[in-house]
Design a protein around this ligand. Structure first.
Ligand code: CU
Length: 334
């Protein structure tokens, strides 16, 4: 998918070489960052970098890498979502995808070993689920489902329509009744432990540039080297932009059996953050037949001038994040 675009972005990002050391991104991004994503109060001149297409605006750059903001895209529409209405209610999550003619879409291309990937996450980033519904002969996708907490959830359907050749990510919301206790992600989290499995991430996210993120998996302090293939890789990474939960372009480096990718303790992904700001990462790994989702949080620094709507904070360099912005992410430096 988007091979040309991806290569182009990779070339743009190649100017700044990936460094293993985690660099704390010092930008202060307010919780309501939507304004900051489209404008910038800095009085620096926007400086176009040689070699970057001048017409390649932030909007164009973002369009390649931001998905999952619309219920309808490229003629495909997510319709008829049904879900349990309250926490603890055992029910079914079901929906359909229609094509441009309004007919149910029944032909899909397998991607990452499935015809459709479904992500369900509460809007504060909590209660992430990555599941795989099954389709019936009328084109309705469904799976048994129960919410474990109240709140508003975003549902993402990620799929490749047969003959379309590109991934489509559609989204809708579902409200689950009851008392809602928000769990906002107010700081970066470069390490987390779930089910006794600890994951630590190294690498940085930079607006408009592809970067490698390396995740190290340990259990009881010991490196895990027995990760099992899951969805065609040794891990699956979902990255969402805090604020609008835009769905990022992420792809694993290598696959089981390629002679390069190893079954841990390190697994790598290439990720492109469309804009500066905080991102919610969810790494799925499979161990002993069980899939575990580990949530992490990273802040992307402002990158090249053709990202973030041309809102470069300093046109003279891409790699220096220590430019005097207050740093409220002290824990990010590990
Ligand atoms: Cu999936």
């Amino acid at each position: 998918m988007h091979t040309a675009a991806r290569l182009g972005l990779f070339a743009a990002g190649a100017a700044a070489v990936f460094t293993a050391a985690f660099v704390a991104a010092p930008l202060v991004i307010p919780a309501d960052a939507s304004a900051a994503w489209t404008s910038n109060e800095d009085d620096h001149m926007t400086t176009a970098e040689p070699g970057h297409g001048d017409e390649h605006t932030g909007a164009a750059a973002s369009a390649d890498d931001v998905r999952g903001l619309a219920v309808s895209h490229a003629g495909y529409t997510l319709t008829g979502l049904r879900a349990p209405a309250s926490p603890g209610e055992q029910g079914e999550l079901a929906f359909g995808i229609t094509d441009a003619a309004g007919a149910p879409l029944t032909d899909y291309e397998t991607s990452h070993e499935r015809d459709l990937h479904l992500i369900v996450v509460r809007t504060d980033g909590a209660h992430f689920r990555h599941v795989h519904p099954v389709i019936d002969d009328r084109g309705e996708w469904s799976l048994p489902f129960a919410f474990d907490a109240a709140g508003t959830y975003r549902v993402f359907a990620d799929f490749v329509p047969a003959g379309h050749g590109e991934t489509v990510t559609l989204t809708t919301t579902v409200d689950v009744a009851g008392g809602f206790a928000p769990e906002p992600r107010t700081s970066d989290a470069t390490a987390a432990t779930v089910d006794g499995i600890t994951v630590e991430v190294e690498g940085e996210l930079v607006a408009g540039a592809e970067r490698e993120l390396v995740f190290t998996v340990t259990r009881d302090g010991e490196p895990v080297t027995t990760l099992e293939p899951y969805l065609g890789a040794y891990g699956h990474l979902v990255a969402l932009r805090q604020g609008d939960l835009a769905y990022l372009h992420v792809h694993p480096m290598g696959e089981p059996g390629d002679g390069v990718a190893e079954a841990g303790p390190e697994i790598s992904f290439m990720a492109t953050a469309p804009t500066a700001g905080r991102y919610l990462l969810y790494l799925d790994v499979q161990l002993d037949g069980v899939v575990h989702s580990i949530p992490l949080v990273l802040t992307a620094g402002a990158g090249s001038t053709d990202a973030a709507g041309g809102a470069a904070h300093d046109g003279t360099h891409d790699d220096d994040h220590d430019d005097g912005h207050d740093d409220d992410h002290g824990e990010a430096g590990r």
